[in-house]
Design a protein around this ligand. Structure first.
Ligand SMILES: Cc1cc2nc3c(=O)[nH]c(=O)nc-3n(C[C@H](O)[C@H](O)[C@H](O)COP(=O)(O)OP(=O)(O)OC[C@H]3O[C@@H](n4cnc5c(N)ncnc54)[C@H](O)[C@@H]3O)c2cc1C
Length: 244
């Protein structure tokens, strides 16, 4: 059976970081989705019909109540979707299929939730913010690590910092691999998320770890966590692989 296709209208396009676009679409007859899922965007580039996957960066409530859906696109040189959406004008229409994916929060959580992202991999965690806020109020420990090259590459960080302010057990930290840091700011680390994860002393049976974004980062962390004794159910991942 053919997948349902939904019509989208671009209503906002903003540069949210050095090479990242924040797009907001109005969706007609919006489907339900769970925070953490992704969509497939259909578009035409140089006469070719193409599709690319993007994590939904806004909450299910925003789509249900306002018909609006956010995504964050990290622009890559000569990328088809990158060029198409960088040049797209407000009012242009596209199509999508989905939602897809299982990077969603379970009903029962262990002691600590560790959410790790590189770049736009932070988008599904932004979609989870209403759920994370509710978990923070219940006293759950949540640790969010966002990896980027430099401060200029960060986005959505204010929203995660606000979440962290609601509870002493919620932390948002950034790991910057190429920032020349004379004076790290609060919650900032020099280096990769892998290094910071090890410092958090991840423990099988106590932690549930989410990994989203760069495939190399995910492979490194899965290898490390597996060596520590984490099983497949204690690690959830979404790799942002390129289309062939
Ligand atoms: C499940 C899933 C969810 C995803 N969610 C997101 C998301 O929320 N935000 C997002 O920005 N992307 C996301 N991606 C990646 C996205 O689907 C595209 O691959 C990406 O936007 C590049 O598409 P493009 O058409 O611009 O480049 P393409 O035309 O596919 O590639 C052009 C060239 O750029 C290289 N390239 C492609 N991507 C990268 C990259 N990231 N870094 C360096 N070089 C690259 C390719 O090797 C190729 O040489 C996701 C992928 C998957 C599988």
């Amino acid at each position: 059976m053919a997948r349902p296709v939904f019509n989208l209208e671009l209503i906002e396009s903003t540069c949210i970081a050095s090479t990242t676009l924040g797009l907001v679409f109005r969706v007609d007859t919006p489907p339900e989705f769970e925070a953490g899922q992704f969509i497939s965007l259909l578009f035409t580039h140089k006469g070719e019909n193409l599709k690319r996957s993007y994590s939904i960066a806004s909450s299910p409530e925003k789509l249900r109540d306002e018909g609006l859906l956010d995504i964050a696109i990290g622009l890559v040189p000569n990328g088809a979707a990158s060029e198409c959406f960088a040049n797209a004008k407000v009012g242009e229409t596209f199509q999508m299929t989905g939602p897809f994916g299982v990077l969603t929060l379970p009903k029962e959580l262990p002691d600590r939730l560790i959410l790790i992202a590189t770049g736009t991999g932070v988008a599904p965690y932004r979609s989870m913010l209403p759920q994370l806020n509710a978990l923070a109020k219940q006293g759950k420990a949540i640790h969010i690590l966002m990896g980027a090259r430099q401060r200029a590459d960060l986005f959505y960080q204010n929203e995660f910092q606000r979440l962290a302010q609601t509870s002493a057990d919620v932390h948002f930290e950034t790991c910057l691999s190429r920032e020349n840091m004379v004076q790290p700011e609060a919650g900032e680390h020099q280096g990769y998320v892998q290094t910071r994860l090890a410092e958090l002393n991840p423990t099988p049976g106590q932690d549930l770890v989410y990994l989203c974004g760069n495939p190399g980062m995910i492979d490194d962390n899965v290898k490390y966590l597996t060596e520590l004794g984490f099983g497949p159910r204690q690690i959830k991942r979404e790799k942002y692989t390129f289309s062939k």
